[in-house]
Ligand binder design. Structure first.
Ligand SMILES: [Zn+2]
Length: 256
């Protein structure tokens, strides 16, 4: 068993005994990993008290037989806002839970690690009204990483190029657009996407995160893509975070 160093984000934690915490990390070098933070609940006396949900640190870990032990940490980003406000917490919890469910133990995934780090940092710096945008971007990129992005330009049934100028039926079950020929006389479940909405979906899926800005997308379009990506993750990957219901509750309170 050995000591090793890795960057990691804290996905979740719970109390262990009188003074310790069990932490689930997503690490750059080893994917998902469970670790014990000794004395974390004694507060700021110990640096392991900094190991809070959604925070980002450089860890020195000792790999024990079952759990890793935290030897040392250097903080990279505390992402404090994500723990101080219920709205921020709701969104960050959903992002973290997607990674907890999709991420594998003992298997590094640099792209997933970077996506998580970037999105949590963006959320911590975002205005409240921009949180839905970052969650939607996160899910579109997650679908891309996991290989089930919505097919936009070609018909998912026959493979022909789809004329996107009119409203195009998009089916979660089929995995994307359906052309006119395949659509007539069929019983696909679908949602109609306008050309603008298709363009937005394409951009959110393929553009670099640094090139995407919340102001480029209307709330109506974001709501639609948010719903679509969520359904894709459930239908194709069985990924449905429990924390989504907390987010729905928070969002409902806001709309009333
Ligand atoms: Zn077709």
């Amino acid at each position: 068993m050995a000591t090793f160093e890795t960057e990691a984000l804290v996905l979740k934690q719970f109390d262990l005994g009188e003074s310790d915490r069990l932490i689930t990390l997503y690490t750059r070098k080893k994917g998902k990993l469970k670790a014990v933070a000794r004395g974390a609940r004694k507060g700021n006396k110990s640096r392991s008290g900094l190991v809070l949900p959604f925070s980002y640190h450089d860890f020195t870990l000792y790999q024990g037989k079952s759990l890793a032990k935290i030897n040392h940490i250097e903080s990279i980003a505390m992402n404090t806002k994500l723990r101080e406000d219920l709205d921020y917490m709701a969104y960050a919890s959903v992002v973290s839970e997607y990674v907890e469910r999709a991420g594998l133990e003992d298997e590094a995934d640099q792209a997933l690690f970077s996506l998580l780090a970037v999105i949590l940092e963006k959320m911590a710096e975002a205005k409240k009204g921009e949180l839905l945008f970052y969650l939607t971007v996160f899910k579109a990129k997650l679908l891309l990483l996991l290989g089930v992005k919505p097919e936009i330009e070609n018909c998912t049934v026959c493979g022909e190029k789809v004329d996107l100028n009119n409203s195009t039926p998009l089916s979660v079950e089929e995995g994307g657009s359906i052309c006119k020929n395949c659509f007539k006389d069929s019983n696909y479940k679908y949602t109609l996407f306008s050309l603008n909405e298709m363009r937005a979906l394409y951009k959110i899926t393929f553009a670099e995160i640094s090139k995407l800005k919340p102001v480029q997308f209307s709330e109506k379009i974001l709501e639609k893509i948010n719903e679509l990506t969520e359904k894709f993750l459930i239908y194709h990957l069985d990924l449905k975070p429990k924390s989504l219901s907390f987010l729905y509750t928070i969002r409902k309170m806001k709309n009333n």
